[in-house]
Design a protein around this ligand. Structure first.
Ligand code: HEM
Length: 403
């Protein structure tokens, strides 16, 4: 088998999980391989930690616009969300929205997150048999996002009812003919846009008002508006719903699968709760919820010894970078005490690094803290089912029961 034989843009190549053996061969063979997206566009796949990090940090040479998605999630035309903006527009939106993730706001979410985790686990215990993916992993991040965004309590039930439409896009069971997810996204977006417009004329002590009231110093020098419009706030909130739910959903199912696969690591974590932070980091490295994003070269350049022409796209394979033997000792070992752990699950650094990473780690840690003592009493009753995707390391059903 040659290095080109496995088409990384084919979801079928991920049907049995991330093709780690293939990535290992690609790293050993120099770390870059040329391929094509399903629309014929030329791609250079980058699989080493150092190249993924270098490209992520050089936003001048490697742009995010008009999209960082490959065919599996590409939308034409791509919406002007923060992920697809370049500087100075990106810097403006990032600075104006970062306030939503200020340390004090995150600290205030600790108790509500714990309440949500406990309620979901209690419900599962009462049921006895449950689907970890649908009953817990899907609902936890969505409920936390509604809390982060201070969505009025009376509307939360409706929004939670749409949660299923935000994950596993492209998979027939979830996304139907490929438009069901998009329809749900439009409903969520419409709601958040209306709410942003309402808050613009009726400010309150909440997240939307904070975002609408933020001002950017020096914006006039850049020739950019110094505040976000209600439309921009609505779009940012919608982006958080898509960026913050499916990712965390994957990390929760992945955490349970890893801890049950490696009972010695589960026992170690139960015996030493001080390992929770490193365990959360290791789950993120091990699972790598987002397998890849792409960038577009703004000029002719060279990466991993390969020429890249202006306009050509490079694909950053976080799933492979996180198993790079140049950076991680014994990378295929799940080690809850791994330190240091410079995983790239939130991106390779640089201006687009995940804005919600503090919240994501907090959610995962709280889930682990509540779940580790239940796990020895749980068993998996059917093989985990994966959706059809090469973009997320997802499990769409994980049936379990209490012994
Ligand atoms: C385990 C959970 C998560 C993972 C693995 C994850 C992963 C990522 C990755 C790989 C990126 C792209 C980085 C880059 O292009 O350099 C990203 C960006 C982003 N994430 Fe996350 N994320 C997670 C949770 C969250 C949460 C909870 C939120 C919000 C509540 C969030 C909001 C965002 C946003 C808005 C961006 C775009 C940032 C920008 O372009 O400036 N993510 N995330």
């Amino acid at each position: 088998m040659t290095l080109q034989d496995l088409d990384l843009m084919d979801p079928g190549a991920f049907a049995d999980g991330i093709p780690h053996a293939h990535f290992r061969r690609l790293r050993a063979a120099g770390g870059a391989v040329r391929g094509r997206d399903t629309d014929g566009e030329s791609l250079l796949h980058l699989v080493r930690h150092r190249d993924v990090a270098a490209v992520s940090r050089d936003a001048k040479t490697f742009a995010s616009g008009p999209t960082t998605m490959t065919s599996i999630r590409k939308v034409d035309p791509s919406p002007p969300i923060i992920t697809f903006l370049d500087s100075p527009e990106h810097t403006r939106v990032r600075k104006l929205t970062f306030k939503a993730f200020a340390p004090a706001r995150l600290a205030a979410l600790e108790a509500p997150i714990r309440r949500i985790v406990d309620a979901l686990l209690d419900e599962a215990r009462e049921k006895g048999a449950f689907d970890l993916a649908e009953d817990i992993a899907l609902r936890l991040p969505f409920a936390v996002l509604l809390e982060l965004l201070d969505i009025p309590h009376e509307d939360r039930g409706t929004l939670l009812g749409w949660a299923r439409g935000t994950v596993n896009l492209g998979d027939e069971e979830y996304d139907g003919d490929g438009t069901a997810g998009q329809d749900v996204f439009l409903k969520i977006h419409e709601y958040l846009l209306d709410f942003a417009r309402h808050r613009a004329s009726h400010p309150a002590d909440d997240c939307f008002s904070l975002l609408l009231g933020a001002r950017l110093k020096g914006a006039d020098r850049l020739g950019l508006p110094d505040r976000l419009t209600p439309e921009e706030v609505g779009l940012f909130a919608s982006t958080l719903i898509t960026a913050g739910s499916e990712t965390t959903y994957c990390s929760v199912t992945g955490a349970v699968l890893a801890l049950l696969e490696f009972p010695d690591q589960l026992a170690r974590l139960r015996a030493d709760r001080g390992l929770m932070p490193s365990a959360a980091g290791e789950v993120l490295r091990w699972v790598t919820p987002v397998t890849h994003f792409a960038r577009r070269a703004t000029t002719d350049t060279v990466v991993a010894g390969q020429p890249v022409a202006e306009g050509e796209r490079v694909v950053l394979w976080y799933s492979s970078a996180n198993r790079d033997e140049e950076v991680f000792a014994d990378p295929d070992r799940f080690d809850v005490a791994r330190t240091p752990n410079p995983h790239l699950s939130f991106g390779g650094g640089g201006p687009h690094v995940c804005i919600g990473n503090g919240l994501a780690v907090m959610e995962l840690r709280q889930f682990l803290e509540a779940a580790v003592d239940l796990l020895p009493r749980l068993e998996i009753t059917a093989p985990p089912e994966r959706p059809e995707t090469n973009f997320m390391n997802s499990v769409k059903h994980l049936h379990m029961r209490f012994r």
